[in-house]
Design a protein around this ligand. Structure first.
Ligand code: NAD
Ligand code: LMR
Length: 330
C-alpha cells in the first residue's frame, strides 16, 4: 500500500552530490519502495540552470514514486512544507585545504536556511547537513530554528562510518556485512575518531584480530583522511559515496537501524563527556524515527584521548562561528 507523500528538499541540487542524490531519492531508495516523494531543489542563481536540467532528467526517468519536482532559489519556497531537508549546498574544499577552512565562507549559508526551516517546514521536519564543515554548519542551522526540536538536526558522518566498515572488511578479507559495532566519534574532520573498541567481525572482537599499530598508524588516519585522499586521486571531493551515505542516514533515521548501531552527528546532551550543545558524531540507533545515543559503552584511555581531541576541534569551530556572529537565537 502506498503511503503519504513526503516532501524532500535538497540544497545545492545543481552540484555534484545533488546530482548523485536526486536519482536515488526519486527511485525510492531514500525512504522505501512505497513512499511517494516530491522534490524541492534549492540553488543559488548560478546553479539554477544545472538544477533545472536535472529536473528534466528526473522527468525523463518516469520514476513511479516521483510526484513533483520544483526548482527555486528562494529558501522560503524550498523549505515550505518540507519533511526531509538535505543541506548539501556549499563549497567543497580543494587539495591542501582542511574542511574547517571552509567555515567562514560556508557557515553563513546555513543561518538563513535554518530560519526558513523554522518558518515553513512541516512539523515532522528532519534535517541532515552534508555541506562542510558539516557538524558546525548543523550547529548554525539549528541555532536559527529555535521552534524545531533540537533532535531533528543532524550532521552526516555516515560516510566516515561506511569508510571505517569498508577498511576493516578489506583488511580482514571479510564482506562488509560481517563487521558490526564500529563507531565514529566527534567531528567530521581529520580529528574524528573511528572506534573499533566494541566492533566485531563475525562475532569475534576486532581488537583480537588487529594489532594496535595497524589501528594507530593505518586504520584511524586512513579513515580520517579519506576525504582528502579522494580529492587527491579523483581531483574532486567524494560524490557518489557521499550521496550513498546520505541515503543510508535518512533511510535508517526514518525506517530504523535494526540490530546494529550506526554513526551520526547529533546535538550532544553531554553524553560521554562531549560538551552539551556541540554537534558531535556518536554511535546511534534509530527507533520510531528518533535517533538515540547508544548508552553505556566503556570508554578506555585510548578512546578518551581521541574523543577529547575531536571535541576540542568542535569547540574551536563553534568559537569561530560565534565570533563571526553566525549563531542564532537558540
Ligand atoms: P559542488 O560545488 O559540486 O555543489 C555545491 C552546490 O551548492 C553548487 O551547485 C552551488 O551552486 C550550491 N550552493 C552554494 N551555495 C548555496 C546556497 N546558499 N543554497 C543552495 N545551494 C548553494 O559541491 P559538492 O561536491 O556537491 O559538495 C557539496 C558540499 O558537501 C561541500 O561542502 C563538500 O565539502 C560537502 N561534502 C560533505 C561530505 C560529508 O560526508 N559530510 C561528503 C562529501 C562532500
Ligand atoms: C569527504 O569526507 O569526502 C567530504 O567531507 C569531502 C572532503 O572535503 O573531504
Amino acid at each position: 500500500m502506498q503511503r503519504q507523500r513526503v516532501n524532500v528538499t535538497v540544497t545545492g541540487a545543481g552540484g555534484n552530490i545533488g546530482y548523485a542524490l536526486m536519482f536515488r531519492i526519486a527511485s525510492g531508495q531514500l525512504l522505501g519502495p512505497n513512499v511517494p516523494v516530491a522534490l524541492r531543489l534549492l540553488e543559488i542563481p548560478t546553479g539554477l540552470q544545472a538544477a533545472e536540467g536535472s529536473a528534466f532528467e528526473l522527468q525523463d526517468s518516469a520514476f513511479p514514486l516521483l510526484r513533483d519536482v520544483r526548482v527555486t532559489d528562494d529558501p522560503a519556497q524550498a523549505f515550505e512544507g518540507s519533511n526531509i531537508a538535505i543541506l548539501v549546498g556549499s563549497r567543497p574544499r580543494g587539495p591542501g585545504q582542511q574542511r574547517a577552512d571552509l567555515l567562514e565562507g560556508n557557515a553563513r549559508i546555513f543561518g538563513p536556511q535554518g530560519a526558513a526551516i523554522n518558518a515553513g517546514a512541516a512539523d515532522d521536519i528532519r534535517v541532515v547537513v552534508v555541506g562542510n564543515p558539516a557538524n558546525t554548519n548543523t550547529l548554525v542551522t539549528a541555532s536559527h530554528a529555535p521552534d524545531v526540536p533540537a533532535d531533528r538536526f543532524t550532521a552526516l558522518t555516515r560516510l566516515d562510518h561506511n569508510r571505517a566498515v569498508a577498511q576493516l572488511a578489506a583488511h580482514l578479507s571479510v564482506p562488509v556485512t560481517s563487521v558490526r559495532g564500529v563507531a565514529i566519534w566527534g567531528n567530521h574532520s581529520v580529528k574524528q575518531y573511528p572506534d573499533v573498541t566494541h566492533a566485531t567481525v563475525d562475532g569475534r572482537p576486532v581488537r583480537e584480530l588487529v594489532d594496535e599499530a595497524w589501528l594507530v598508524n593505518e586504520f584511524i588516519p586512513r579513515v580520517a583522511n579519506r576525504g582528502a585522499e579522494i580529492i587527491a586521486v579523483r581531483g574532486a571531493s567524494s560524490m557518489g559515496s557521499a550521496a550513498s551515505a546520505t541515503v543510508d542516514h535518512v533511510y535508517d533515521w526514518v525506517n530504523g537501524t535494526g540490530d546494529d548501531w550506526t554513526s551520526a552527528g547529533v546535538i550532544s546532551d553531554g553524553s560521554y563527556g562531549v560538551t552539551a550543545g556541540l554537534v558531535s558524531s556518536y554511535p546511534v540507533r534509530s527507533l520510531g524515527g528518533n535517533w538515540s545515543i547508544e548508552p553505556g559503552l566503556e570508554i578506555d584511555a585510548f578512546s578518551r584521548a581521541r574523543i577529547d581531541a575531536s571535541v576540542a576541534d568542535l569547540q574551536s569551530e563553534r568559537d569561530t562561528v560565534s565570533a563571526l556572529g553566525l549563531l542564532g537565537p537558540r
